[in-house]
Design a protein around this ligand. Sequence first.
Ligand code: SAM
Length: 243
Amino acid sequence: MTDAFYEKFQKELSLLSIDLEKSKLDKFYQYFEILVEWNKVMNLTTITEMDEVISKHFVDSLSLVKVVNDMDTKGYSMIDVGTGAGFPGIPLKIAFPQLQITLMDSLNKKVNFLNEVIEKLDLEGICAIHGRAEDLGRDVKHREQYDLCVSRAVANLSTLSEYCMPFVKVGGSFIPYKAGKIEDELAEAKHAVFLLGGKIEMTELFLLPGTEAERSLIKINKTSGIPKKYPRKAGSPSKEPLK
Ligand code: SAM
């Protein structure tokens, strides 16, 4: 691991009050190397420059600590819907190994990449599955099975709520990662969230450490069981978002 990687990452982590031991920082560096290597032959991310990967992928993923402050002690079960190259799920797993994580994506080649990362980094209590949220959300193995559901850069909040809320246990939370201010998106999705058994508890607006980029995390609590008709068939939540 280069000193520059270590110094920049630690500095930004300290702004989130996260202190990681060297063995975990080494795993992040290994992940960075595998990401850049695989990205030469498949389209995983447009962000490959080291400083940017640190801020926009690693630190951004870990900013969940702003709304869930006990991930280091609680063994929450978590699903990451539309994880792509593993964000935010893999950084969360490396930093907080107690989490039990399911990474999910509709593109199988991304799942192959995720399995390579899991194996090379020797991660346990994490798996990668291939499928669409609309289908897996109806599967009893996944429906209402998770304490937490996270998702970054997958869809607008109404569509995303229909993808994600089916996975959350009553009493658990769905926490979407959003860029910038989200008042309008939130207002548009409010009724959809209600129909899906959720209640918006809070939103946290902040600057991504070390940058001027605005981020929002929304904590949506699952207060009642999800009606049987949701999620609708694959494609419907994005074509006709719930209103
Ligand atoms: N979450 C990652 C991140 O922030 O870097 C990836 C974001 S990428 C823009 C969106 C990902 O969502 C893609 O990998 C895509 O295959 C996946 N995706 C889109 N619709 C999906 C669906 N209905 N079910 C599962 N995955 C989906």
